[in-house]
Design a protein around this ligand. Structure first.
Ligand SMILES: Cc1cc2nc3c(=O)[nH]c(=O)nc-3n(C[C@H](O)[C@H](O)[C@H](O)COP(=O)(O)O)c2cc1C
Length: 351
């Protein structure tokens, strides 16, 4: 369907209706509809917006047909691995996947902050578990799709030391590393909602993790999912350590924790004062931009950078690319602006 029509329908009819419903309920419903379209159970494919993919860019040996990827957290169990390409995404991250199944943190786990253009997230690596996700993806025909797996350590009580968490990360890598459809990995060291994840933003633990990952025979490129609220020096030491272990990709960045972030509407952030979680969208944008520019300035062509956080338009995407990003990823922009945003960005970047 024409992007302009999808945009008008989304903003005036679909979004107002969906935003009346619980955010997690809507996400589950969209996942079911998306997978139904994928399996052609429902002949509604004509409703999809036009992806408008045009580029062919070779990065780390992979051919990208669009600069725009789906960030980790929207398709966390791999239900939408095929259909997202038709919306215009050039690459699609599944996950974060963990070795053990986890039902997620206690609800409520999602809340919308529309004036702040943000989403409160507290999923904590809700996951069907790596074996189950791999089995689901094994059943899809994914030739021609750029699928990546975001790997985290299981957010369960018995994975409670650095060594156990590293073993747990490695288990997921082992399950996916020989799958022909897995074209890249993300190493998630920055989820503020999972107990062990952020321990790996500490240099000593990070070094142990990347050394272990580098020695387990992974042939696909790896992108480290970096924290949002990290100072330049600390970020640089993590980048250096990853480079020493052959990891060249970095995604700036994950969610924001600081509720005093200037991008929040004061009333809105007060309304969720008793709800646990961290934030996507506009509040992530400034730090993400700064980190992209800084990392490009310091490390030049040695790094591949994915800009992620607060991208709501083709102008936002262009800004990240001119700051130094090679590619971009998003979730929240699609939720607030509509699925035609991806095609609009693809078209806008190519002009
Ligand atoms: C609902 C939701 C779930 C998320 N879950 C994950 C996750 O499992 N792993 C991860 O690395 N990032 C996760 N994120 C963070 C996003 O990948 C992204 O870094 C962040 O939202 C900034 O991008 P955005 O402003 O385009 O959403 C999640 C974000 C949202 C909105």
């Amino acid at each position: 369907m024409n992007n302009k029509i999808v945009g008008v329908l989304y903003k005036n009819l679909i979004k107002p209706a969906l935003f009346q419903l619980d955010a997690e309920f809507v996400h589950n419903m969209v996942t079911q509809i998306g997978e139904g379209l994928e399996n052609r159970k429902w002949p509604l494919g004509f409703l999809l917006p036009r992806g408008e993919k045009t580029i062919k860019k070779n990065i780390l040996g992979l051919e990208f047909e669009s600069f725009v990827g789906l960030a980790a957290g929207f398709d966390y169990n791999g239900h939408l691995a095929k259909v997202m390409r038709h919306v215009g995404f050039g690459f699609n991250t599944v996950g974060t996947v963990t070795a053990q199944k986890y039902a997620g943190n206690k609800p409520p786990r999602l809340a919308r902050l529309p004036r702040s253009k943000s989403i409160l997230v507290n999923k904590g690596f809700k996951s069907d578990g790596a074996e189950a996700v791999a089995k689901r993806l094994d059943g899809k025909r994914l030739e021609g799709h750029l699928i990546g797996i975001s790997v985290g350590s299981s957010n369960v009580p018995d994975v409670n030391t650095i060594n156990k968490a590293i073993d747990d990360y490695l288990e997921t890598f082992r399950i996916f590393k020989d799958k022909p459809y897995v074209k890249y990995f993300e190493l998630n060291i920055s989820c503020p909602n999972a107990v062990m994840s952020e321990s790996f933003s500490n240099l000593k633990n990070f070094k142990e993790l990347v050394q272990a990952v580098a020695s387990c025979g992974i042939t696909q490129p790896i992108f480290v999912k970096m924290p949002n609220e990290i100072d330049f020096d600390k970020s640089d030491t993590l980048v250096r350590s990853a480079l020493e272990n052959g990891i060249r990709g970095f995604i700036f960045s994950n969610l924001v924790k600081d509720r005093n972030n200037q991008a929040f509407d004061k009333k809105e952030i007060f309304r969720v004062k008793d709800v646990k979680g961290n934030f996507s969208g506009k509040p992530t944008a400034e730090n993400s931009k700064r980190l992209i520019k800084h990392t490009r300035d310091v490390f030049g062509k040695n790094v591949v950078i994915v800009g992620c956080g607060g991208i709501f338009s083709a102008d936002d995407a262009r800004e990240r690319l001119s700051a130094g990003a090679d590619l971009i990823q998003l979730i929240t922009g699609m939720i607030y602006e509509g699925p035609q945003l991806i095609g609009e960005i693809n078209k806008g970047i190519n002009q």
